[in-house]
Each structure stands twice: as structure tokens, then as C-alpha cells.
Design a protein around this ligand. Structure first.
Ligand code: SAM
Length: 236
């Protein structure tokens, strides 16, 4: 495909496209255009992505690319790229590869000499960090904490981290996780960002003790990102 006025080689281009984390309007015009033009869209959950495509009247074919089939499907997408056809990769929400499948496909594509391009856009990491009220000049992104093995070790490692820490968490584990974070890290400043860009968006800023106490008194729903102060920031 022609890109930025330059012809690429005979292979197709693999476009990594960020999609909204809630509000369907949060996507770039360039991304919408490319989603219209590519040969196929590799999507984590085709039903979720269909909602976005319908919103923008995009008719491009969807093909699933989930963590459980990514190795098998990666080969199929590479064949399409080798035929000179472009492929767009999207995840359910936000930036592909950020706690979502992608790494394997990019590795394969690069090994095959395929051009990989990013169409940047939303990601819950940066959205939560920027509204947290905590230092954002240096931060670490941990994604989801391990569920069993290595969880304690990871928590202890994070307790020594000087930079602001960003974690993803599910609503049914949030109470347990906040309790553990308070136990291991002490009463750090923290922010809980829930349902960003959606109707019930909220950001609760405070400290780990208060957040852990409050977590036990509420029923949690929706998507949550936690931002925690690094070890050098005074306690909350
Ligand atoms: N790739 C996505 C990104 O770039 O943000 C993240 C995918 S990960 C499987 C999903 C997790 O991201 C959720 O469990 C939640 O922790 C976080 N998340 C996604 N959307 C969010 C939102 N609107 N508000 C707060 N956190 C969100």
C-alpha cells in the first residue's frame, strides 16, 4: 500500500491500531480510514470490534486473533501480508500488546521482513496516570499482577520501586489487591481510575489504607486501573 507518499515493497503492511477504551469517539481519523482500507482486521474479540466498525460504517472483514489462537493465527496473517495485502491488528480496547496479544505476531512479521506501523491512540495506562495526581515524569507499568506464583515476590519488588507504578486490576480482585498493596507498601498515595471515558467514569485519589477500606464497602464493577506512588513520595 502507498504510505506517506512512499511505496512500500511487495509485502503488505501490518498496522497496529489503538481503539477506544470506552468512548467510541476516541479514535483517530487516520485509524478509521485505515480500518476501512485494509484487507482484513485481526481482532481479539470480533463481536467487540464489530461494535466499533458499525459505529463508523466500516465493512472490512474481521478475523479473530485471541491469546489462545494467536500462534496459529499469526501464521495465517503473515501469509496474507506476504501476498502484499495489508492487515490491521486491534485489541478489545486501547493499544494492542499492552496486556493484550501482539508480541508474537510482531516478532514473526519482523522476521519475515514485513513493515510494522503503529497508529497510536488510547491506552488505560496513560489515561489513568495523567489524572492520578501522582508524579508522571517516570513510571513503571506492571499490567496485571500474577495471580498465584510469584505474586508475593512481585509485590515485594514493587515496594522498592521509586517510580510511580501503574497496575491493571479486575473489579472482583480489587479489594484483595488493595489490601495486599497496603500491607506490603505501607500507606502510599494512590489513585483508582475506573471506567475512564465511559458514563460512570470516576477517579478516587487518596492513600492505600483508605482505598483498601473503601474497597471492602463497595460492590465494584467495570474496568479499573490503579496508580500508586513510588517509594520516595511521602506517605498519603
Ligand atoms: N490494551 C489495553 C490498554 O491499552 O489499555 C488494556 C487491555 S487489558 C486486557 C484491560 C484492562 O485495562 C482492564 O482490566 C483495566 O484494568 C484496564 N482498563 C481498560 N479500559 C479501562 C478504562 N476505561 N478505565 C480504567 N481502566 C481500564
Amino acid at each position: 500500500m502507498k504510505n506517506n507518499g512512499m511505496e512500500t515493497d511487495a509485502k503488505g503492511v501490518l498496522y497496529i491500531i489503538s481503539t477506544p477504551i470506552g468512548n467510541l469517539e476516541d479514535i483517530t481519523r487516520r485509524s478509521v480510514e485505515l480500518l476501512r482500507q485494509v484487507h482484513v482486521i485481526a481482532a481479539e474479540d470480533t463481536r467487540r470490534t464489530r461494535i466499533l466498525l458499525n459505529h463508523y460504517h466500516i465493512k472490512t472483514r474481521l478475523s479473530s486473533f485471541h491469546s489462545y489462537n494467536q500462534e496459529k493465527k499469526a501464521g495465517k496473517f503473515i501469509s496474507i501480508l506476504n501476498e502484499g495485502k495489508d492487515v490491521a491488528l486491534v485489541s478489545d480496547a486501547g493499544t494492542p500488546g499492552i496486556s493484550d496479544p501482539l508480541y508474537h505476531l510482531v516478532q514473526l512479521a519482523l522476521a519475515e521482513g514485513v513493515t510494522v506501523q503503529s497508529l497510536p491512540g488510547p491506552s488505560a495506562v496513560l489515561a489513568a496516570l495523567t489524572v492520578s495526581g501522582l508524579p508522571m515524569d517516570r513510571f513503571v507499568f506492571e499490567g496485571f499482577l500474577p495471580l498465584k506464583k510469584k505474586r508475593k515476590t512481585r509485590l515485594k519488588e514493587l515496594a522498592g520501586e521509586k517510580r510511580t507504578i501503574v497496575l491493571y486490576e479486575s473489579p472482583h480482585r480489587i479489594q484483595k489487591t488493595l489490601g495486599e498493596l497496603y500491607e506490603v507498601m505501607g500507606n502510599r498515595k494512590a489513585a483508582l481510575a475506573r471506567e475512564l471515558t465511559k458514563m460512570y467514569e470516576e477517579v478516587i485519589r487518596g492513600n492505600l489504607k483508605d482505598l483498601a477500606e473503601m474497597a471492602g464497602k463497595r460492590k465494584w464493577k467495570g474496568e479499573i486501573t490503579l496508580v500508586i506512588a513510588g517509594s520516595l513520595i511521602k506517605e498519603g
